[in-house]
Design a protein around this ligand. Sequence first.
Ligand code: ATP
Length: 656
Amino acid sequence: MAPNLSKYLTKNNAYVVAAAATALWIISSRSRKQKKSSRKISKKVEEEVKYMITEKKQPTKVKAYVDKQFLKNIIKLLKIAIPGWNSSEIGYLILIAGSLVSRSLCDIYVIYQITKIESALISMDKKRFMRQLLVYLVSLPFISIVNNLLKFSTGSLRIKLRTNMTNHLYEEYLKNYTYYRMTNLDNRIVNADQLLTVDIDKFCDGVTEFYCNTTKPFLDIAIYLYKLNTNLGFGTPALMVGYLALSGVILTNLRKPTGPLTVIEQKLEGEYRHINSRIITHAEEIAFYQGNLKEKSTVMASFNKLIRHLRKSLHFHVLMGIIDNIITKYFAFFMGYIAMAMPFITGSHGLSQAGQEERQRTYYANGSMLVRLGQAIGRLILAGRALTRLAGFTVRVIELKEVLTDLNDGKYQRTMVTGSKDVKTNEGKLIFKDKIIKFDKVPIVTPNGDVLIKELSMEVKSGMNVLVCGPNGAGKSSLFRILGQLWPLLGGELTKPPRNKLFYIPQKPYMTLGSLRDQITYPQSRNEATRRGCTDSKLREYLKLVELEYLLEREGGFDAVEDWLEVLSGGEKQRIAMARLFYHAPQFAILDECTSAVSLDVEESMYGYCRRAGITLLTVSHRKSLWKHHEFVLYLDGRGSYTFEPIKEGMEQFGS
Ligand SMILES: Nc1ncnc2c1ncn2[C@@H]1O[C@H](COP(=O)(O)OP(=O)(O)OP(=O)(O)O)[C@@H](O)[C@H]1O
């Protein structure tokens, strides 16, 4: 067991080591100089390029330690990931423990079997040697199956945990308008995509890894302690366990920065991904502006920030790795020798009476077990490292979970523009009633707390189209965000039809992933459309009304699947949105400058159809041509005042 190191201490070896160390020192000092100058440049670029919304926030200290709070948080998350005591997840946990026990037992069996083979060999007993070798050979497939059973159970558990977490969080995220509110009303979470995809996965990986890394060593330690205690007495294993406890405490304290480093790493990864995805989304606009160099500087600033952090993290991990190695590997061996020597030196357990061969056999069998005990202790201490990293992911996922819960309860948190007041949420009264929209002293306030209109009162009955106009930034879209329940109702009383009877067509047309049919029936699926009794010939009629029938021939029918946001022109997308409106035929429709790219004659026929179909329109538009389709006009002056009156002959018409 004892390695003989002195044989390596030769003069030639000393020269080689000294030369290697000098070369290493020269290379590392050169690269340090280069890194310093490149870091200076990248830091300068970074300071010039301000790109993330969070940079407005006060820097907060990240707390992600293995402490009481971590325990509370992880229990909360595990309750989601493991739905109950009789769930399949518990089954997998038991299966993992079972396969770990079997693996440890297999290891012990292999130790004994090899000792028996060696003993037969030393005794020159050919028959016994062949028999033991055969027994060993026969047992090999079984041992291999046991080892891979562990792989299967850990893999399955990981998938199960991820599925449960993802289902739960998406359920919350895509409930009502939470996904909208997370980015528009609350600014605690910046890159929800990173959290929902990567961080959840890493959290589940961390949990599974930690469970395996601790269960196996725990079981190993229990089994080996029992065996060693019976073979060599209490002193030997007790010394090792004492060592485990002490080194665990020291390392947990030294590793404290791992959690916060992980949180920052994931945040920076999220920022970097977000900036990259923006380039993909807005490739055409950037290309027309030839904005590649500007985009490159932004993306590189984000990348450099990430790399600087990763480098800092790497230095910390390397340093910790050195300490970990010393404590968990080399010093553990040192302690192992002392523990093993105890019964031999003191002569306890009758070893002084035993013969040379018996002492040798005891040494090999127990020595191997002690090595494995040392390894198990080392692994347990190293599992602490995974735990500190898991603390980082736990902070990220729990923050997402808490923000989702808050948003679903109507609670928002936002860093306010200096000087603005905190926004109180949902203090107004919402009444659902068919065929009427009535604002009664409703304040129009932005999520930043800026009051656009102190109190708005107006009543729109079915059949009375309203044109909404006013300068940019007056609050036209904001008014509809409150009507559409995206923004909170802060006061007064709002009467409106239920959500499904009010349809909103935004300034930027949205096309979903899917077929041409899906674009018209969005957000309803094909099955829902069929259930409603909608046929393809009806859909063709809607396309004809907006003069898009040619798309059917061009794209290959209603089932054609394309990236419609890319394939269709601006005007075509707006016309599809109108066809969508005809399909849904709501009581009221809000048209927020959604026909700006549509030609006048098509616009004319679209408004005519809405009138015939009994869809009441609230239109935001700067086009004079639309006045004739409306009975009332709401004018917001941009300074906090408004007028709401019927459109009369000879009235001054705003717009172009
Ligand atoms: N999510 C938001 N958070 C904070 N402020 C916002 C938000 N959305 C809009 N605002 C602000 O509210 C004000 C009104 O915006 P709104 O979009 O309602 O204007 P609008 O009258 O529709 O303008 P336009 O004619 O340019 O579309 C603007 O000053 C805008 O900056």
